[in-house]
Design a protein. Structure first.
Length: 112
């Protein structure tokens, strides 16, 4: 399988399990990490100037990473709550005795 196909399949998997938002947040964090690495490569030769520029860059990147970390934390909490609700609903449906789907076409027509 080619890398493009693998990336496409991975994207479909993230979508299928409902975690596309988490994947996008992780992608943003990866981009921020690459940006910091690029900033390190472009530091001036003078140690004092390099230190100053590095500290400024770290401060900017730190603010952005902090925002992303908060977003990820909120997102994970929301996903946990959604999973908990889905589990409770699944349990309630099982208690009610709703028969399992028996549609042979792959698209459910018996639970509408």
């Amino acid at each position: 399988m080619r890398p493009e196909e693998m990336a496409s399949e991975a994207g479909k998997l993230w979508n299928r399990i409902g975690l596309q938002s988490l994947r996008q947040a992780l992608d943003r964090v990866d981009r921020l990490e690459r940006d910091l690495e690029e900033a390190l490569k472009s530091l001036p030769a003078c140690d004092d100037c390099a230190r100053l520029r590095l500290l400024e860059g770290i401060e900017r990147a730190g603010v952005r990473l902090s925002k992303e970390a908060v977003s990820l934390t909120v997102l994970v909490g929301t996903l946990k709550e959604a999973a908990s609700i889905a589990d409770r609903q699944r349990g309630e449906l099982a208690k009610r005795g709703i028969p399992p789907c028996r549609c042979s076409t792959g698209q459910c027509t018996c639970h509408k």
